[in-house]
Design a protein around this ligand. Structure first.
Ligand code: PLP
Length: 428
């Protein structure tokens, strides 16, 4: 698979290079030169999830990595179920939270960690490798778990202090070993910009083998393409409208790539919380990022989504109109609570992110259509909100019980790049 830098289209990279570099010159995002359509879609949809996912990723990466290796990586990364659960006659949810850290980010992070570990093993990367990633909650957990204990890799995770749930924090800040967690006294956008600043220092990047494992890395993006085919496969021959709860818009980018590959998906709904830069842009044509607002669906508290240029590119190169085709919607805190209640009344326990997607779908689904919203996190991960809204007690799954009593090992810093760099230097 060949990719080009959206800022400097003459910079072309292989998949391996793009994974190792994560960003191109001037922090440009890598984007596939071609998205070749899959043939035999119907047969593909009949396959079980892991077999199908392996074939899809072989189609994209097999030429470069070899089909056998791609198959191995997929089987070891996607080792948990991906059920579709009906909520009512026309609406179902695709549950993406059955991995080890109970959110959809396990798909991308586990695949990426396995790819990188393989590249180190075969000598495609030598010297230090430092994963530096900013998280609004779930990325940190997924990346930390996916890379925990891998030889020759140090992981530094930045997150906004006091703005992620205490259990979310326990899930990734209690590991130790090669996982270094840093609570920054600022919001998520400031964390993201701290990380970006480190990446603009070429010498520093080189010396410590800096790599971002957040959703700008193509390994994550490509892995996430697979479950959109599951949504289509479970829709009984009728192309669904798929609603994606969006923050950095990596998940939606993967969905649009799946559709370009041939996944029968009728349309997408981009649902956001009050951090609604994209819905406002699609309605008004003006891009205007406001200050980030803290909400219940905190993994989506992003006002400058870093995957957006990829979505623009995808529509531009296929001559499709974003503002005509992409449905979008902003969901308030009150509407999120109401959606959690409405789902519970239908016998389904959700959480704020899934509820934003559900509310967005209900508002954007026509009478003749059927829809699927993505369940991106386990309700127990956000039990405080869920319990407060429903007045019930949420049972914790074993993954959370195991970390509940462990001490948080994070270092707290102010949003200062010099402090951060000194900290990274001390790891090697
Ligand atoms: C990260 C995350 C999102 C947002 O996904 P993006 O790819 O950043 O748009 C939604 N829900 C949950 C639970 C998340 O962790």
């Amino acid at each position: 698979m060949k990719l080009y830098n959206l800022k400097h289209p003459d910079e072309v990279a292989s998949f391996k290079q793009a994974v190792l570099q994560s960003l191109g010159r001037d922090n440009g995002l890598f984007f596939p030169l071609q998205i070749p359509k899959l043939s035999g879609i119907d047969g593909l949809l009949d396959q079980p999830f892991v077999d199908r996912s392996s074939l899809i990723l072989q189609h994209l990466l097999g030429e470069e990595l070899g089909n056998e290796l791609v198959d191995q990586l997929v089987r070891s990364a996607f080792s948990f179920p991906v059920p579709v659960v009906p909520v009512d006659e026309r609406i179902s949810t695709l549950e993406l939270f059955h991995g080890p850290t109970l959110a959809f980010k396990d798909f991308g992070a586990r695949f990426m960690a396995r790819v990188m570990s393989h590249l180190i093993e075969r000598g495609d990367h030598t010297g230090p490798l430092t994963i530096l990633t900013a998280t609004s909650g779930d990325t940190g957990a997924a990346v930390a778990h996916a890379f925990y204990g891998l030889p020759d890799i140090q992981v530094v995770v930045l997150y906004p202090n006091h703005r992620i749930s205490p259990l979310q924090e326990k899930l990734f800040c209690t590991l130790g070993g090669n996982i270094h967690t840093i609570a920054v006294e600022a919001d998520f956008d400031a964390c993201q910009s701290l990380a970006k600043t480190c990446f603009t220092d070429g010498d520093f990047v080189q010396r410590y083998g800096l790599n971002s494992a957040n959703s700008i890395n193509v390994a994550r993006l490509i892995a996430q393409v697979t479950y959109y085919f599951e949504a289509a496969a479970q829709s009984h021959g009728k192309a669904p409208v798929v609603s994606v709860p969006s923050g950095n818009f990596g998940n939606l980018t993967a969905g649009l790539i799946a559709q370009s590959l041939g996944a029968p998906i009728k349309a997408f709904v981009a649902g956001t919380n009050a951090n609604d830069t994209v819905p406002r842009y699609l309605h008004s044509g003006t891009w205007e990022a406001h200050d980030t607002i803290a909400t219940m669906s905190n993994a989506m508290d992003v006002s400058s989504p870093n995957n957006w240029p990829r979505i623009e590119e995808l529509f531009a190169t296929s001559l499709r109109s974003l503002r005509v085709e992409l449905r979008s919607c902003t969901v308030s805190e009150a509407e999120t609570s109401a959606a959690i209640k409405a789902l519970y009344d239908r016998g389904y326990l959700s959480e704020p992110h899934g509820a934003v997607a559900y509310a967005s779908l209900v508002k954007n689904l026509e009478d003749t259509e059927s829809g699927i919203f993505l369940g991106t996190a386990h309700p127990a991960k956000f039990w405080q909100s869920v319990e407060q809204i429903l007045g019930i007690q949420v049972e914790l799954p074993e993954e959370l019980i195991a970390v509940e009593g462990k001490p948080v090992l994070s270092t707290t810093i102010s949003p200062d790049v010099v402090t951060l760099k000194a900290l990274i230097e001390r790891l090697w």
